[in-house]
Write a protein that binds this ligand. Structure first.
Ligand code: EPU
Length: 417
């Protein structure tokens, strides 16, 4: 049987917990190693399923991987293969982040089309449209994107919607293109900003990071760099909700409170007491949370990656809340599992109506994707009795030893093989 988590609910979490580096910043940072022949070192790479998958993929493309604990050095003296195979891309969509760097540095890439996943269809048409604007010739052959270019040329690109990995792919490609690229409607997520910091350290020339208009002056070559990956705002938010939902007192450290402003504002609206320092937030929640409405949107809006966790808190709040998911069309899979624990949630398309109940009951539940898994763990922490969360390989893709961190705060939680 795949690994599960057993949780005895009802313990108020107390203490201090440090956040790991962001999965969604580490993955593009690793892919950026393809842009240079020189070594690229990341100093705080989290131990995650998705990081292992990315390292495996990069190794098949020609990267020498040296790992000393959390420090990873990648050296791609030569790209030895341009193929990102379906086996890897289908387990992790972020594999598509090798597309831009491969075309820019090597002149060709064959990357399996990711296909849909548990939370939505998730096309990559904007990545392809942008690369075509930069001069790549792109065809779809037997389920693979085949892209070729001698040297990419700077261009003005406007994406139809805000896309995080799309912006990252295009930034990496444009960094080695000839001339100036402008990306309009660019993603403003902190993970995009972190990639920009890394690219700048490698010698790229970028402007407008953190705004919707990024300008990149291409250079012929990039150098190596040493980089510390930005803290994981979604892990930080998840741990804060763990404190709130158990009526605990938890200080989450090594985080950037500004990156979580929309979530902190919502917790405040729910009546959760927060104290914020330069790199930490303390949560104390004595009372029952108040209902609140959430609408997910690109940064700096409320992140879709925190929607499931907040819904879990709202499921126990006083009153009725509405949760509107605008980024992904199928990201309410946790609602049906929460209902098995006693939640009262009805969904209709992109809207969930959450009527707060007094308590959750422990139950066997199944994780369907990464953030849904986190939501079920949170529900288990608050529930009366025992919860068993199965299929936690989803959780392990993006949270570094979440159960160890929760146990250190007093949670009765155990991993079973
Ligand atoms: N979209 C398109 N065409 C494209 C690209 C995106 O239609 O070419 C649509 C998507 O289907 C979606 C919306 O645009 O409806 C936004 O998708 P986006 O491209 O921003 O998502 P992503 O880059 O694939 C990243 C994170 C996700 C996070 C989203 C939104 C990484 C590796 N992944 O995905 O993280 O939910 O941005 O913020 O950065 C997670 O960590 O659990 C996770 C799913």
């Amino acid at each position: 049987m795949p690994a599960r988590l057993l949780i005895e609910g009802g313990v108020a979490l107390k203490g201090e917990v440090a956040v790991s580096a962001a999965k969604n910043a580490a993955l593009p940072a690793l892919a950026a190693a393809l842009l240079t022949a020189r070594p690229l070192t990341l100093t705080n790479v989290p131990e995650l399923g998705d990081v292992r998958t990315m390292l495996k993929l990069l190794a098949t493309l020609g990267a020498r991987v040296e790992r000393r604990g959390r420090e990873v050095t990648l050296t791609v003296e030569r790209v030895t293969s341009d193929l990102a195979p379906y086996e890897l891309v289908s387990t992790m969509r972020a594999s598509v982040l090798v597309l831009g760097p491969l075309v820019a540095r090597h002149g060709s890439a064959r990357v399996a089309l990711p296909g849909g996943c548990a939370i939505g269809v998730r096309p990559i048409d904007q990545h392809l449209k942008g690369l075509a604007k930069l001069g790549a010739e792109i065809v779809i052959e037997n389920g693979y994107v085949v892209a070729r270019a001698s040297r990419l040329k700077g261009a003005r690109i406007s994406t139809d919607m805000v896309t995080v990995t799309g912006t990252e792919n295009l930034m990496m490609a444009a960094a080695l293109a000839e001339g100036v690229t402008v990306i309009e409607n660019a993603a403003r997520e902190p993970e995009v900003g972190d990639l920009a910091v890394l690219l700048a350290a490698m010698g790229a020339r970028l402007d407008g990071i953190g705004t919707g208009r990024i300008e990149i002056q291409g250079v012929p070559e990039l150098a190596g760099a040493v980089h510390r990956v930005v803290p994981d705002r979604i892990e930080a938010g998840t741990l804060l909700v763990a404190g709130a939902i158990t009526h605990g007192d938890v200080r989450v450290t090594d985080m950037v409170p500004d990156h979580l402003a929309a979530v902190l504002a919502k917790l405040d609206e729910c009546g959760v007491a927060l104290e914020t320092g330069p790199s930490w937030v303390r949560v104390r929640a004595g009372e029952r949370a108040r209902a609140a409405d959430i609408v997910t949107s690109p940064f700096p809006g409320f992140p879709t990656d925190m929607q499931a966790q907040l819904m879990t808190l709202l499921g126990l709040a006083d009153g009725q809340s509405t949760v509107t998911e605008t980024i992904f069309e199928n990201r309410f899979m946790h609602a049906a599992e929460l209902a098995r624990m006693g939640a009262s949630i009805t969904t209709d398309g992109s809207i969930a109506i959450v009527r707060g109940v007094d308590a959750y009951q422990g139950a066997p539940v199944m994780a369907s994707d990464l953030r849904a898994s986190a939501a079920l763990v949170l529900a288990g922490l608050a529930a009366r009795g025992r919860t068993e969360v199965s299929r936690i390989y989803h959780l392990d893709r993006g949270y570094e030893r979440l159960e160890t961190k929760l146990a250190a705060l007093g949670a009765r939680i155990e991993r079973r093989p």
